[in-house]
Design a protein around this ligand. Structure first.
Ligand SMILES: [Zn+2]
Length: 138
């Protein structure tokens, strides 16, 4: 609580700002970069979060995006792909295999891409806004 009280602007704790200047969470998140220094890699695999930042040593143990990225991806990409498929069916009326050929690969590529971007973004925002369970310092 004392750490939060020192922080009058609602930004990152004073200790972090003294060493690591604030990083834009959107840029760091979408780029898959460390939410503290903006340089190190966030992911060790395609969607696997690494153990920590190689640049600043930030432990990624706090990172838990949960179902958040999947929810946003389902809503956004689902709206886009289903909307386009409906538009194509109504206006052009192609046969069923054309729909399969276009929309399944498109949905896969868009979902996987968006899932990585969204996961990085949510973890960066989680770090920025200190959204985590209460725990003792290690
Ligand atoms: Zn870092």
């Amino acid at each position: 609580m004392t750490e939060r009280q020192n922080n009058t602007h609602g930004d990152e704790p004073v200790v972090d700002q003294a060493i690591w200047p604030p990083v834009d969470p959107v840029r760091a998140g979408l780029g898959g970069r460390c939410p503290r220094c903006g340089e190190g890699r966030l992911f060790s695999g395609f969607l696997t979060v690494g153990r920590g930042c190689h640049n600043c040593g930030l432990d990624y143990g706090f990172a838990d995006a949960g179902d958040g990225p999947a929810v946003f991806v389902i809503l956004i990409i689902g709206f886009l792909v289903v909307g386009l498929a409906l538009w194509m069916e109504v206006s052009l009326g192609p046969s069923l295999w054309v729909h399969f050929l276009i929309w399944i690969p498109l949905a896969l590529v868009l979902c996987l891409t968006a899932l990585r971007l969204m996961k990085g973004l949510l973890i960066a925002l989680q770090y920025r806004n200190k959204a985590e369970q209460g725990e003792l310092e290690r």
